[in-house]
Design a protein around this ligand. Structure first.
Ligand code: SF4
Length: 335
């Protein structure tokens, strides 16, 4: 915290008779004392109040292609101002962003909500993405900023692990226009041991998000850990239950943080994508380098959007429909 910057009080908390404070934000339900922050590391007790010493502390700020979130069916080819924070409610042993998610000591700068909105307008971005580390442990800041962003005519995009209780989830989702949520596996034990979270809770959040925001789902495919064909098929079946046109991104893992398992290979992930396509119309692979990753019409198969790396061209869409057969194209933001 810098001089002159007031410490923010947390919402979604409840004092307890023993002097500790219960955090009601995520399913971890931490009971927080003066000497020990919550599991996410960013919500702390001071003088009987739950406070947010990292409110508005931005660890990373960049203008990214929206395909990097990844969102393939939301304003394809656009650029989005993306803000990252510190801390996380999960402790994934394979985290690919662990320098900012598993520590609170990374360098940050304070940006009140109005500054982030101004930055988005200055950059000519149509939206703000809350991303990189876990934005939901900063739900108060996300809500404050997203509200201002909407007032300024900007859209909001959430990139998250989807670990949030239903009450705050309703408020956050009500201010989002799109979300990419991780579904890290389809096995409760994998979630518990490797991430510290819960599959059932993430499924509940995904069900709450479906139909309320434009939704896409990402699974980081880790050899020997969650790449069993039955597990990928379970993921695809569940995503299909959220909506037949919800895109699933199967993303290649590389060794990082506590994992030294060799990286996912292209043939392996392409084979798993074929399995997922038994249930879903739009399955994409990512993180393999500058690969081709096109969207074709689900009715006639003609090319709609060509992608090579972040080179994106909308080629076969007229007035939101396939230029070849006229079928509706389930992509937001196409003219
Ligand atoms: S948001 Fe943080 S402090 Fe609150 S319950 Fe979740 S992990 Fe614990």
């Amino acid at each position: 915290m810098t001089a002159g910057q007031a410490e923010h009080a947390a919402r979604w908390s409840e004092p307890r008779p023993d002097g500790k404070i219960a955090c009601l934000l995520c399913p971890h339900a931490c009971v927080i004392s003066e000497t020990r922050p919550g599991k996410c590391g960013v919500r702390q007790s001071r003088g009987g109040t739950l406070v947010l010493p990292f409110y508005g502390r931005i660890s990373s700020l960049a203008v990214d292609p929206i395909e990097k979130k990844p969102l393939y069916h939301f304003y394809p080819g656009s650029q989005i101002l993306s803000a990252g924070f510190v801390g996380c409610s999960f402790h994934c042993r394979f985290c690919q962003n662990w320098e900012i998610s598993q520590a609170t000591s990374s360098g940050t700068r304070f940006m009140p909500p109005s500054d982030l909105v101004s930055a988005a307008r200055r950059e000519g971005s149509f939206a703000i993405a809350y991303t990189y580390s876990e934005p939901l442990v900063h739900a108060e800041y996300v809500v404050d900023t997203a509200r201002l962003a909407h007032e300024a005519g900007l859209k909001n995009v959430l990139v998250s692990n989807g670990y949030l209780n239903p009450g705050p989830a309703s408020e956050v989702l009500g201010l989002m226009d799109a979300a990419n949520i991780d579904l890290k596996g389809f096995d409760e034990q994998f979630y518990r041991v490797e991430t510290g979270g819960s599959l059932a809770e993430v499924q509940r959040f995904l069900s709450q998000a479906a139909g309320r925001v434009h939704l896409e789902v990402t699974t980081l495919v880790i050899p020997t850990k969650n790449d069993d064909p039955a597990q990928i098929e379970g993921i695809a079946r569940f995503v299909a239950s959220l909506g037949a046109d919800v895109p699933l991104h199967l993303s290649a893992y590389h060794p990082d943080y506590k994992y030294s398992i060799p990286a996912t290979t292209a043939p392996a992930i392409l084979e798993l994508a074929e399995i997922a396509r038994r249930h879903l119309r739009f399955v994409y692979v990512g993180n393999l380098g500058a690969e081709e990753c096109n969207t074709n019409c689900a009715s006639c198969g003609k090319l709609l959007v060509s992608r090579f790396g972040y080179d994106v061209k909308v080629v076969g869409v007229t007035h939101g429909a396939c230029a070849s057969c006229g079928a509706a194209v389930p992509i937001v933001g196409l003219s």
